[in-house]
Design a binder for this molecule. Structure first.
Ligand code: SF4
Ligand code: SF4
Length: 374
């Protein structure tokens, strides 16, 4: 039996979103974790539990927050919101997995979930003489933890900085003062620390006087545009693919006839499903003369998740991975390169390529554009 106070707590934390669900099961049937053989999640069952105030939340830490299930929900339930609410309950009841708690300590102490030192955050930009955003610049380039602390992604960041310079953009970064955007904290259900972090970050961003925040990761961009916006952020926010596409439209960037080879596009969930379809990504790539794009079986709003969102990057999972399957899909297009615009996707696809011996280059869009810019 469920007592009323427990029911109220569960339904409040899940925003009553689960109440719309009429238990058809389409979400469970379409969740890619199920058909990939990864540790799965019974989404329909979770919705029922949220409705009646039960919080036994088996599988909620498996969810990548990819939103693919929401595409097929006939009741337009905000399923990810329910899952995040249930996670908050688990966190408050001290039932969050140990690895998630350890990751949170890294953010409390060092401002990033990867255990890197604060003083190493800006290493990617050594020698580039990028302005300190606190001294005033039109654009605040928000780097994000994933790319800042993964050496394999430093080249992609440097390419983006180079493209901004070529287009004459006045930009700066927060250097080692930058802190996590809080997305992993939100996904962990740590609501109280998230409030502090977001409030501090908004004050830091607004103090720079920048007109636009350009985020390297679509996860950070989504946090700023949706979560920070509701809490007072006033500065315009764009993912870098959208910002670069605007520069192309204004004639500030153009591309040479490329020997790009055949490429395919892996749409990050946080650009496609969360932010409207990945149109900027396609538009900007199609502005390279002669480019040959081979679309994958699932693309745009139906793109298949790489499996790294929702804090899955911090937990170990057994068996075949979503990114393994995605790399197979990419290979079957006959492309030589798979492009993406998200550090999480980039890390997962690269690893799956290596571990499965798939001879397909994984490249960040910023790097690819820099190779082809005039
Ligand atoms: S698809 Fe929507 S309505 Fe159907 S079970 Fe899932 S959440 Fe409920
Ligand atoms: S958001 Fe993605 S991983 Fe989570 S339940 Fe829905 S389809 Fe599955």
């Amino acid at each position: 039996m469920v007592d009323d106070s427990r029911w109220e707590k569960v339904t409040n934390l899940t925003g009553f979103d689960g109440n719309e669900c009429f238990q058809c099961g389409a979400c469970t049937a379409t969740c890619p974790l199920g058909y990939m053989g990864e540790e799965t999640i019974d989404t329909r069952n979770l919705m029922r539990r949220a409705q009646i105030g039960l919080d036994l939340s088996e599988g909620i830490w498996n969810c990548s927050t990819c939103k693919l299930c929401e595409n097929s929900c006939p009741r337009q339930v905000n399923i990810v919101n329910v899952i995040r609410g249930l996670r908050q309950l688990e966190f408050e009841d001290r039932k969050a997995p140990d690895k998630i708690v350890a990751m949170l300590w890294d953010i409390y102490e060092n401002g990033n979930p990867w255990g890197g030192k604060k003083s190493d955050r800006s290493k990617w930009s050594e020698g580039l003489q990028i302005k300190d955003a606190d001294n005033g610049s039109d654009v605040l380039l928000y780097v994000g933890c994933d790319a800042a602390y993964n050496k394999n992604l430093h080249g992609s960041l440097r390419s983006l900085a180079d493209l901004l310079k070529k287009a004459g953009v006045d930009f700066g970064t927060l250097g080692n003062k930058e802190r996590c955007c809080g997305e992993p904290v939100r996904n962990a259900g740590e609501a109280y620390y998230l409030d502090d972090l977001v409030r501090d970050n908004i004050a830091t961003f607004e103090k720079t006087g920048a007109k636009t925040i350009v985020a390297f990761s679509p996860h950070c961009e989504h946090m700023f545009e949706k979560y920070y916006r509701e809490r007072g952020l006033k500065i315009e926010v764009k993912h870098y693919s959208e910002y670069l596409n605007d520069l192309v439209k204004k004639g500030k960037l153009s591309f040479k006839e490329g020997k790009t080879g055949k490429i395919t596009i892996h749409d990050p969930c946080y650009l496609s499903r969360y932010d409207g379809g990945g149109d900027d990504l396609r538009e900007i790539l199609h502005s390279i003369p002669g480019i040959e794009v081979k679309e994958m079986e699932s693309s745009g709003k139906n793109s298949l998740c790489c499996g790294g969102g929702g804090n899955r990057m911090f937990i170990d999972f057994e068996g075949k991975r979503l990114s393994d399957f995605r790399m197979e899909q990419a290979r079957s297009t006959g492309a030589e390169t798979v492009l993406t615009a998200c550090p999480v996707c980039n890390m997962n696809l690269t690893d799956s390529g290596k571990t499965n011996g798939i001879d397909l280059k994984v490249k960040e869009v910023s790097e690819f554009l820099e190779e082809n810019v005039k």
